[in-house]
Design a protein around this ligand. Sequence first.
Ligand SMILES: NC(=O)c1ccc[n+]([C@@H]2O[C@H](COP(=O)([O-])OP(=O)(O)OC[C@H]3O[C@@H](n4cnc5c(N)ncnc54)[C@H](OP(=O)(O)O)[C@@H]3O)[C@@H](O)[C@H]2O)c1
Length: 310
Amino acid sequence: MKAVRFHEVGGPEVLRYEDVDVPTPGAGEVRVRVAASAFNAADNGMRGGFLPIPVVLPHVPGYDVSGTVDALGEDAAGGLQVGDAVIGFLPMERDSGAAEYVIAPAEALVPAPTTVPLADAAGLPSVALTAWQALFDDGRLTAGQRVLVNGAGGVVGKYAVALAKRAGVHVVATASPRSRAAVEAAGADEVVDHTTTDLLGAVDGQVDVLVNLAPIDPDRFAALVALVRDGGKVVSTTAFMATPGDDARGVTAATVFVLPDRERLTQLASLVDSGELQVEVTRRIPLTELPALHAEAAAGRIAGKVIVQP
Ligand SMILES: NC(=O)c1ccc[n+]([C@@H]2O[C@H](COP(=O)([O-])OP(=O)(O)OC[C@H]3O[C@@H](n4cnc5c(N)ncnc54)[C@H](OP(=O)(O)O)[C@@H]3O)[C@@H](O)[C@H]2O)c1
């Protein structure tokens, strides 16, 4: 089969589009014929060696996948059958979805949503789980509370706005003119344009939880803690900088490191099918172009969600 792998960490040039043996599923594993993998910033970090995930080299990147179950290993649990359409957030250290076939632990896979193209469904798993974990596992948000989502214009942000809104949370969100309409469509109650407006003066009253998803200056981040009520929470996915809190006011700080969660991912896929979550896809590229996509990511931010199809 064809796969993209890196044999050493380094710049985008370490990625090779090459022939690899079709893998065989072991006990508890499933082979998936890949419809697509989705590109994440962490793929760039793992290839570049600045994200400390212990991969075995050579490594196939692309841990968010969608596809069709192609073969079952012994004792592959989870009620999966050959031919099932599935999605998964695969263990990041394992060979992943930038290939024609991938071996996945059965417990990492859930039924794909049926209302979006199977390839596009690869855009859902780790980003939607990140939004969920930020809001409800770390943020502990409940109905009637208020959240400020800073960076709602991004991929995680729109899932966060939609998930918070359907949970009965009042959502204040930031968005540039580029993303304002999409953030409103996701359900934000108030939208602040961070390119023209100082958030500190624009939020009416305090919030229970501040979720930061944006690459802001650490001093600026610390200043935003003033928008959180005493005893509230600051949650951030931008793990490259510390998350500030305020001990004197009982404002706690948490940094999200997204974890696989089969039950939650099943629920998120259902929310796509019920129309409560929109899967964002900004671009679809063939697998042969994955090295060029990494080069783009290494040179700057990739906007939106890119789907990579073998
Ligand atoms: N820790 C984890 O487990 C984990 C998991 C997934 C993602 N992440 C990280 O979480 C972050 C968000 O992910 P993502 O995929 O949603 O990234 P993204 O698509 O790049 O979204 C970030 C958004 O922030 C907005 N933004 C930029 N500058 C801003 C500013 N100064 N103030 C307010 N908003 C600003 C931009 O939207 P507009 O300019 O249109 O408003 C941008 O779309 C990334 O850093 C990602 O690497 C972490």
